[in-house]
Design a protein around this ligand. Sequence first.
Ligand code: ZN
Length: 203
Amino acid sequence: MKIICIGRNYLKHVLELGNKVPSEPLMFMKPASALLVNNKAFYHPEFSDNIHYEAEIVLKVCKNGRHVQPEFAASYYQEIALGIDFTARDLQERCKAKGHPWEIAKGFDGSAPISRFIPLTDEMRREGIGFSLRKNDVLVQDGHTSDLIFDFDTLICHISKYFKLQVGDMIYTGTPAGVGPVAIGDILVGSIEGEELLSCHIK
Ligand code: ZN
């Protein structure tokens, strides 16, 4: 199982971090050891003073495939979850400045909380998916997949050019605007279409 993440996939988020709009999907990976399931607490690591939450819709890959063509892309995912792509923003800025890889800023233990998966309905495929994140009961991120720069099908095609998609792989599809830091004691609650699916206590 691998975790593929997409960066800079919502315009307002690209702008809030002062990044350039990508001309093709920006990909990176997290190891399986990053996953945090069953609403387990996240233990704030000592190596960072600026861990950011990034709420994202996550696709679960349901079919193996390479070089997926656009007309078949939609059949590669049938379930979605709410995930958080925890990012050590201070380490990431240092890596970016040096042109170094991002793994230590993105793939550390517990950096990928994930809710249970729910079926992706036909209506969600047609109209897109609304999702949100609350921090200590204050709405901090409110996104909709109709605002994606690269939609799910485009991601499936692009990723599968480089990496064979395998059943069980997870794709974190990018975060909308409103990212920000977490502190010990915070509680994050993520929802899809108003249904609370993920809760994560920062310890
Ligand atoms: Zn992200």
